[in-house]
Design a protein around this ligand. Structure first.
Ligand SMILES: Nc1nc2c(c(=O)[nH]1)N[C@H]1C(S)=C(S)[C@@H](COP(=O)(O)O)O[C@H]1N2
Ligand SMILES: [Mo]
Length: 411
């Protein structure tokens, strides 16, 4: 397969870059055996999911849905390092008519709307612009939705609808400045190449406030962990919105539209709305509460070295490791408890790869005698926000961020 060599814009003279058969999802999966089931330990219903290596650019993933694909990253991948390999990075698309091949020569990003100079930018031009690079967690708004009780409609994700990568691209500010934003502009709306299969269904589009779009960190990324993006993760160019949920991280970006009024399209005004309450938390069954578009992420942490429900050999000083994220700011500390939160001890933090990325933590938990032990990790971010013990709830199944205990048997 040809590669996008982003160090050499010249390499883009090859016409067809990708021609992987994503479209025939069902047939493609049927042609390959599904792997062993993974138990996501979801409380409200069927909890096991098959694994598959049948999607282009992906090795073993948890299969949540075939088309449009929903692929979840197994927890053990997060144990291996703070950066999630591209071939294990989760996948989520709303509409079934998604790109199955990209012509890198004719690909254009059109910038229009409330600008002085509408532009049509080729990949070659984009690759020759000044670059920015940063690590950031891409987390679905509905990550961990399968743990909501009572259960909620929508993808029953475990914790693997997230990943951390080092993204490289061109700041959206740079492109907006080239086009010249006109006075009175307030928002920037992005669209991608995918289209609804159902006539009349709303095309997937998302918008950011103009100041946010121009913060210099929001970027059009063409590289992920030093490689081109997998087709399923938005090749050749996707938006990266550090610290915000991935619903805004538009894949296969083809249109950027500067708006003189807030975006009222379906995906901003109706979908992805959260209660305007701390942690988007309301009592199950609540209606008629004020809402706002989902936005910043909150602090979270996961123990990845031991699996909930598993058994291990007895160790009086049980090693506990995992990953934490601060949300839209850095991780200040991670604390560990083995007595249901009565006392906490600071874990050791791994290298700081940037405030929007995962941060590794390690600790040793004193276990006086063999038996069952429940271990908890709790992240506090640099704004002083701490993960609470109680789960939050809202009708979208968004923004879960409570402490996630892991109970193991040590024998
Ligand atoms: N073009 C396009 N971009 C999209 C989406 C989509 O359906 N189409 N889904 C969004 C949502 S809700 C998520 S969770 C992320 C998933 O990114 P990933 O598939 O690279 O993990 O893509 C976002 N960008
Ligand atoms: Mo999402």
């Amino acid at each position: 397969m040809d590669r996008l060599d982003f160090n050499e814009a010249r390499a883009l003279t090859r016409r067809r870059l990708l021609s992987a058969g994503v479209g025939g999802g069902a047939a493609m999966i049927a042609a390959r055996a599904l792997g062993a089931d993974v138990d996501l330990r979801l409380p409200g219903g069927p909890s096991a999911r098959p694994t598959t290596s049948g999607f282009p650019g992906k090795s073993e993933m948890i299969l949540q849905r075939i088309r449009p694909p929903l692929l979840e990253t197994p927890m053990e991948v997060f144990q291996r390092g703070v950066f999630t390999p591209n071939d294990r990075f989760f996948v989520r698309w709303h509409w079934g008519d998604m790109p199955t091949s990209i012509d890198v020569v004719s690909y254009r990003i059109r910038i229009g709307g409330h600008v002085n100079r509408p532009l049509s930018i080729s990949l070659k031009q984009l690759l020759n612009m000044p670059r920015v690079e940063l690590a950031a967690v891409n987390q679905c708004s509905g990550n961990s939705r399968g743990l909501f009780q009572p259960r909620i409609q929508g993808a029953q994700w475990g914790h693997g609808a997230m990943g951390n990568a080092k993204w490289m691209g061109v700041s959206l500010r740079h492109l907006l400045d080239l086009a010249g934003v006109r006075g009175g502009a307030v928002a920037v709306r992005l669209g991608g190449l995918d289209k609804p299969l159902i006539a009349g269904a709303p095309d997937f589009e998302k918008a950011l406030a103009l100041d946010h779009a121009r913060d210099g960190e929001v970027m059009l990324a063409f590289a992920m962990n030093g490689e081109q993006l997998p087709l399923l993760n938005g090749f050749p160019v996707r938006l990266v919105v550090p610290g915000w949920y991935s619903t805004y991280w538009m894949k296969t970006v083809d249109t950027i539209e500067v708006l003189p009024a807030p975006d009222e399209n379906y995906w901003m005004a109706k979908a992805y709305k959260i209660p305007t309450a701390p942690r988007a938390n309301v009592a199950p069954g609540s209606k008629d509460f004020p809402t706002e578009p989902i936005n910043r992420m909150n602090p979270r942490s996961w123990i990845s070295s031991i699996a909930d429900g598993a058994s291990y050999g007895y160790d009086p000083l049980l090693p506990v490791e995992g990953i934490a994220m601060g949300g839209d700011t850095g991780v200040a500390r991670v604390d560990i408890s083995s007595n249901r939160g009565r006392t906490w001890e600071a874990a050791t933090l791994g290298r700081d790869e940037g405030r929007y990325g995962f941060r590794r933590f390690t600790a040793r938990v004193r276990v006086p005698r063999p038996g069952r032990v429940m271990v908890m990790a709790r992240c506090t971010n640099e704004k002083g926000e701490t993960q609470p013990m109680e789960p939050n709830w809202n009708p979208g199944g968004f923004m879960r961020n409570c402490v996630e205990p892991v109970t193991v048997a040590l024998t």
